[in-house]
Design a protein around this ligand. Structure first.
Ligand SMILES: CC(C)(COP(=O)(O)OP(=O)(O)OC[C@H]1O[C@@H](n2cnc3c(N)ncnc32)[C@H](O)[C@@H]1OP(=O)(O)O)[C@@H](O)C(=O)NCCC(=O)NCCS
Length: 382
């Protein structure tokens, strides 16, 4: 490769996979998930239906759905090894997303009678089913409470909220979480999904791919943004402080969390779905103060981003309303990114299956820009 080769460090515009899982059109502000516009799917499907849809490229009929729900529910219980690990790391109070990454690795363990062969399907069931159990168990341990055992009679979303609080949530709250999970279930070749596909492309296993994906997701440029986005709304407090606060931030060259996207140059369609879901939730709870304040912050932020970065078309992204919705569900901000992972696991595993079917080792190239004529210097002479 010659040194004048054009380097594309962010791989923008590079098409590295064909997929039937989702389509992201950044100019039109359109997200299609397995054939469904996100707004058509998100508020209607149960999370189990979305996982089935992504894995099988079709919605399940009633019989198939019942069997699928049952199979997933039967995989929810954590092994003693996973629980012991969570208890051990809770003592060090590591962030929940790191605990999830460490505990996800233990899902490679087989029961004594199980063959230690690669079984992507078995791993995918365990990963989808146990992510909520891991997150909820760790959350309780780190807060000095005993984990609440999963209940197989509850749906995936209701069971997660139940394991966090010990109380069965209302149908509306479970619905709000499902709408969130469906909305973020898949999103083209984002950084964590790409990571998972790269790992699968080496013919490595599903658990390894997902552990890598969690590592990619946790960064603030990807799935780590909703916590800081909510902090911003709280720090602003009264809406009249929004303008000076945000202006000062931008003048210091800081980024506003929850705004901007590598692909979307118009409003992220997921922000639309989540903003409506958050509005319903806050309305039901009878206090729209925070929701209204967030909308004012959003409007001010958009006006200032247009003023400071007019050429970049920076718009609200999914994380801004994720923060509001998950906060409305009573989730602490330490749970935001792990809860994102418990939804995105649907897409990660589906991409894992797809990559296995169409596999070609993913192996780009780099341009070497260092010297080529160094000579070895003995240690004593350096
Ligand atoms: C998501 C994100 C990483 C995508 O960015 P990207 O495609 O890599 O864009 P770039 O980093 O090339 O940014 C382009 C320009 O817009 C600015 N910009 C991008 N997002 C910005 C934000 N949220 N606030 C302020 N400025 C921003 C950059 O500073 C840069 O300006 P410059 O050219 O004057 O230096 C970026 O928008 C961001 O950091 N957003 C905040 C974090 C966030 O919300 N992440 C969740 C994503 S779903």
């Amino acid at each position: 490769m010659k040194s004048e080769t054009i380097v594309n460090p962010g791989l923008e515009g590079v098409i590295a996979a064909q997929t039937r899982l989702s389509s992201v059109d950044g100019q039109a502000g359109e997200l299609i998930i397995a054939g469904f516009p996100v707004a058509e799917l998100a508020g209607k499907a149960t999370f189990e239906e979305t996982v089935y849809l992504l894995w099988h490229d079709a919605l399940p009929n009633s019989e198939q759905l019942t069997a699928f729900q049952k199979a997933l529910a039967s995989e929810r219980v954590l092994s003693q090894v996973t629980l012991d690990l969570l208890a051990g790391i809770a003592a060090q109070k590591v962030p929940v997303i790191d605990a999830l990454r460490m505990a996800a690795s233990t899902l490679s363990l087989r029961t004594p009678n199980e063959a230690a062969t690669d079984n992507a399907e078995r791993d995918a069931y365990a990963l989808v089913a146990r992510f909520p159990t891991i997150v909820a168990a760790y959350w309780r341990l780190v807060n000095g409470a005993e984990p609440v055992a999963p209940r197989s009679d509850l749906h995936h979303a209701a069971n997660f909220l139940y394991m966090l609080s010990g109380e069965v949530p209302s149908a509306e709250r479970a619905r709000a979480l499902e709408t969130y999970w469906n909305t973020v279930s898949d999103h083209g070749l984002n950084a964590s999904t790409f990571t998972a596909r790269v790992i699968i492309s080496t013919q490595s296993d599903m658990v390894s791919a997902i552990v890598g994906a969690i590592g990619a997701l946790k960064g603030p440029l990807h799935g780590g943004a909703p916590g800081p986005a909510l902090d911003m709304v709280f720090e602003i407090g009264d809406a009249s402080s929004a303008e000076p606060y945000l202006r000062a931030k931008l003048a210091r060259g800081e980024r506003l969390m929850g705004f901007g996207h590598r692909v979307y140059k118009v409003r992220d369609p997921r922000a639309e779905v989540l903003s409506a879901a958050a509005a319903r939730l806050y309305q039901r709870d009878g206090d729209m103060t925070l929701y209204n304040r967030a909308r004012q912050v959003e409007q001010t932020a958009l006006a200032l981003l247009a003023e400071f970065k007019p050429e970049h078309k920076l718009q609200t992204n999914v994380e801004f309303y994720t923060a509001l919705l998950l906060h409305g569900l009573g989730l602490s901000k330490d749970l935001f990114t792990p809860t994102f992972a418990t939804g995105r696991i649907a897409g990660w595993t589906a991409h894992g299956f797809e990559q296995r079917r169409l596999n070609r080792l993913i192996r780009p190239q780099s341009v070497y820009v260092g010297p080529k004529d160094r000579r070895w210097v003995p240690r004593a002479e350096r």
